[in-house]
Design a protein around this ligand. Sequence first.
Ligand code: DAH
Length: 344
Amino acid sequence: MKEKLELILKNATTEINNAQSLEDLDNVKLKFLSRKGELNTIKKNLKDLSDKDKRVVGALANKVSNELEELISQKNNELYKSELNKKLEAEKIDITLPSDFRPQGKVHPLTQTINEIVEIFHGMGFSVMPNEYSPEVETEYINFDMLNFSPNHPARDMQDTFYTKTAPNVILRSQTSGAQIRQMLNKKPPIRVISPGRVYRCEAVSARKNNLFHQIEGLVVDKDITFSDLKGVLNEFVRIYFGSARATRFRASYFPFTEPSAEVDVQCIMCSGKGCRTCSGSGWLEVLGAGMVHVNVLKNVGIDTETYSGFAFGMGVERLAMLKYAINDIRLFFNNDTRFLNQF
Ligand code: DAH
């Protein structure tokens, strides 16, 4: 018995020392110290021994199991530490490594241009019209009829205007001018507002034309408003937006909703003389349309034309941005190419 116990101690010690992992160690423990283990079998058979042997072998068996418990506990600590170290080593985070690159978004150049223009008009006492006066899905009635377009005006043609299938006479607005009507139907003069927004036209897309673009509409209605007020406001706008060195010129023009009407030109930004590609050699660039609000329009919205008069204007945001930043293709605004967008 004694030899057997010593052999158990020797074998168990070797196996404990050889254990490579906590799992190995658990198996050793199971083999030698569990209820069905070798040591316990000896303890269970003690009852068959003489009293004297019982005492000697019993004491030895206890000593062996205590010793093994101790060895296992030591080995357990050792293995636990080394496994933890291995895990920590594997999961080590190098806080000096550069982080993932997260590009930061920017305000789109068209939004920047709109903000800049709105700011200029704020400075002249204009406020921005409420959004609900300026829907992108509009009726033909507001977009054309109320603005004094004749029933067969070519701008209504399917080739210019996107018609929806939702309901008859519902279109994607072709201009922001309808916002003037909604403003005047909802609020009596004095009125001094602008309204930026998207418009749609059924056109072949090219470097100069896109079928979605942006306009800013302006409207002033009050007592004693004259063409000089219009000239003063628009000259001031062009002076601030393009810089005071640029001259402007007002050219007579035609719009159904203004009378008289004008187009405003600014001196060519990139003029290289006769062969200039930007202004075709004329020295002038058209930047906006304007005029005195037509009496028919004022009558349509129930404003007394004896007491009130007004002026209106409309400008293309893409065109203004292209001229200021020398951009030669309108499609660049809509392609979301960050090499372009990051320049602003
Ligand atoms: N709606 C016109 C267009 O899309 C621009 C315009 C011209 C607006 C004259 C106006 C205006 O308010 O008075 O071409």
